[in-house]
Design a protein around this ligand. Structure first.
Ligand code: HEM
Length: 277
């Protein structure tokens, strides 16, 4: 038989092809919007993957912020299972985020130069969603709002995040409610600085029952901290390969400036307390 029936009618198990307006997939995913947001600034064919990698990372930042905000709210409500589930999801997302360096991790300076000038003064330094991540990790900085003065929605979201307790603030508040001697922070909009009392609290947690909820929380946060550190170091190495010691498009000293930022660990006492367990 050479006759081929119309699949949509003859095979009831085949997918539906017939929709009134846009497809339900489109209505949910908005793929048409998403796949038409790519506007390279040069004729270089290598620019597209640089732009898309950056956009993909912005999407991961957005999901991760969502997870950490979920975790923060759950911690404030003493709901550890919900907080741990969100933190766990974020570690898988951070691994995907970090894996997305691959397509732009091997650029030669000449390949990067082919579109670098087209970026103008644009730099990831101006990523507001990255700052939301940093604020949740405790790395608050009012000056990071300045570049966004001209974008009211972004500015308002960052301002709110600056003054709200960070994920780590909520962790420490929960530990205080559970009897650990942890000083209250007066001004939540300030960058979190390591505190010996907090180090002692983590030391006590890690010296106790290894199955406790706080050890599990500590380990989930350690995983997050390690993956954030990895993102920063992968970024540093990709930058070193693509542009050596040139100054950045954002106006910084470039690699030497990134090196300083990449050495820091978030949730500092979770690392230092280990020396005393
Ligand atoms: C080969 C590609 C890349 C190079 C050469 C590069 C270079 C740089 C440089 C030199 C800086 C320092 C600020 C400046 O002066 O511009 C910077 C900052 C930054 N970049 Fe990239 N970058 C690359 C890819 C990306 C991608 C794909 C993202 C994803 C969004 C990104 C996000 C950031 C962020 C968030 C900062 C600020 C870091 C901080 O404040 O500690 N970069 N980048």
């Amino acid at each position: 038989m050479s006759h081929r029936p119309d699949v949509s009618q003859a095979a009831p198990e085949a997918p539906n092809l017939d929709f009134e307006g846009t497809t339900p997939y489109e209505d949910y995913v908005q793929a048409d919007v998403l796949t038409h947001l790519q506007h390279p600034r040069s004729d270089d064919p290598g620019e597209m993957v640089f732009l898309v990698t950056t956009q993909v990372m912005e999407l991961w930042f957005t999901v991760i912020v969502h997870e950490w905000e979920t975790a923060s709210r759950a911690l404030a409500a003493d709901d550890l299972p919900t907080a741990l589930a969100a933190l766990k999801r974020s570690t898988y997302e951070l691994q995907s985020l970090n894996a997305s360096w691959e397509p732009i991790a091997h650029l030669t300076p000449a390949q990067f130069n082919a579109y670098r000038a087209a970026l103008g003064e644009g730099s990831g330094f101006q990523s507001a969603m990255y700052r939301r991540m940093e604020f949740l990790l405790g790395e608050k900085s009012a000056s990071m709002l300045v570049p966004h003065r001209g974008a009211p929605r972004v500015h308002d979201e960052l301002q709110k995040a600056l003054h709200e307790p960070s994920l780590y603030d909520e962790v420490l508040r929960l530990m205080a409610r559970r009897g650990h001697d942890i000083p209250q922070r007066d001004d939540l909009s300030q960058r979190y600085e390591a505190d010996p009392a907090v180090e002692r609290a983590w030391q006590a947690v890690y010296s106790g029952d290894q199955e406790s909820e706080l050890v599990r929380l500590g380990e989930a946060l350690t995983e997050v901290a390690e993956l954030v550190w990895r993102w920063r170091n992968d970024h540093l190495v990709a930058t070193r390969r693509a542009m050596g010691a040139k100054t950045g498009t954002g106006g910084s000293a470039g690699v030497s400036w990134l090196e300083k930022r990449a050495t820091k660990n978030v949730f500092p006492e979770l690392w230092t307390a280990r020396s005393h367990v």
